[in-house]
Design a protein around this ligand. Structure first.
Ligand SMILES: Cc1ncc(COP(=O)(O)O)c(C=O)c1O
Length: 361
């Protein structure tokens, strides 16, 4: 499991004899603006709260999330990162065959296969990385799946589904009695349209939305995520199966203040948009790189060079994510996070130099 994700800087540092502070981590997709000041202050000012147990029902946090999404507090289940939700869902949802994208975030397959779920894959590479919702629905019918998990935006490809396509899929799932798990871990980075399905919980009992706060608020070390669903029976079961106090006091507090920090959210979106544009523009000029469009805070590209780009970049202090551990990719692809302008400039320069120096690449 460990090398299947980005952000493993400790292991990488050990492996290559580097200090962690000498590595600029483009492999984890974390907001480049860093932890918001509102979270830092809340943690500092409330550090003494650690002497108490957290509220076992997380009422204030759940209320803050329900207000953010304009849904009922009874439709929210909080988790120690989205990862905890992903591993809790198979314990309460009965699934036998699930349709997923290939490539996609691997933890859904790891979690649901533990309860014997089998998988059918929609190959993005075979479809030039365009998800055709008609074909996707056709495949769900053909493979006779009882569940679908879709990361929207998808990791590692970074594209978001148009709202009308998500709604078509949702309608299909509701009518065909298929569970739809929508992973919206990166949805907060989507600027141009509101593509989330969070407004549709009431009408669609088959819908389960997984969200993460670790990426947008740069707190992967603190851990916080949640599930939204109108299926309150499932929420009750999740509450019964999860260990008590599974989210620490400071993470719970961080969630409450962060979701109100509209200024940070707006600033993050425009910064990421500008830097994404910069990276796409610069990297597109490199002949051995084929960029794909992205709607979020990371970019996916095909590498046509002969050298191992990740390895070459590590010796320059840049860590990027190889996509070889993602299922369903025949060619060589990499994923990079959008970081600060200085860091992005540095990465572009390092890649240009590698391409220039290794004329055979
Ligand atoms: C698509 C997707 N969902 C969920 C997660 C897990 O997020 P969290 O840090 O909240 O556990 C990740 C982490 O990279 C992810 O890429």
């Amino acid at each position: 499991m460990f090398m299947q994700h980005g952000g493993n800087i400790l292991e990488i540092a050990e492996q290559y004899g580097l200090a962690t502070q000498d590595i600029i981590d483009f492999s984890a997709n974390i907001n480049p603006l860093g932890i918001p000041e509102s979270i830092k202050q809340a943690i500092i000012q409330n550090i003494d709260q650690l002497k108490h147990y957290p509220d076992i029902r997380y009422r204030e946090l759940t209320e803050a999330i329900s207000q953010y999404h304009n849904c009922l507090a009874s439709q929210v289940f909080v988790g120690n990162g989205a990862a905890e939700i992903i591993y809790s869902l198979p314990q309460v949802l009965e699934t036998q065959k699930m349709l997923v994208l290939a490539p996609t975030f691997s933890e859904y397959e790891s979690a649901f296969s533990q309860t014997g779920t089998e998988f059918s894959y929609y190959s993005l590479e075979d479809n030039q990385f365009n998800l055709s919702i008609e074909q996707f629905i056709e495949q769900a019918k053909l493979a006779q799946v009882d569940s679908i998990c879709l990361c929207n935006p998808n990791n590692p490809t970074g594209q978001v589904l148009a709202k009308e396509d998500s709604l078509r899929l949702l309608d299909f799932c509701q009518q065909a009695n298929i569970l739809l798990v929508m992973d919206e871990a990166f949805m907060d980075f989507i600027i141009d349209e509101e593509c989330s399905l969070a407004d549709y919980l009431d009408q669609y009992s088959q819908l389960y939305i997984v969200r993460s706060l670790t990426k947008i608020f740069a707190i992967p070390g603190l851990r916080l995520g949640y599930l939204l669903t109108s299926n309150e029976l499932v929420i009750d079961q999740l509450n019964k199966t999860c260990p008590p106090w599974h989210i620490n006091t400071l993470a719970s507090l961080a969630g409450q203040v962060a979701l109100q920090d509209k200024e940070y959210l707006e600033e993050s979106l425009s910064y990421v948009k500008e830097q994404r544009r910069y990276l796409i523009k610069e990297l597109s000029t490199i002949s051995t790189i084929e960029m794909y469009p992205s709607d979020t805070n990371f970019l996916f590209f095909k590498w046509l060079g002969n050298v191992d780009l990740r390895l070459e970049l590590i010796s320059n202090g840049y860590l990027i994510r190889t996509c070889e551990t993602f299922k369903g990719l025949k060619e060589t692809y990499y994923r990079i996070a959008v970081r600060t302008h200085e860091e992005n400039k540095g990465l572009v320069k390092a890649i240009q130099e590698i391409v220039h120096e290794k004329s055979d690449c």
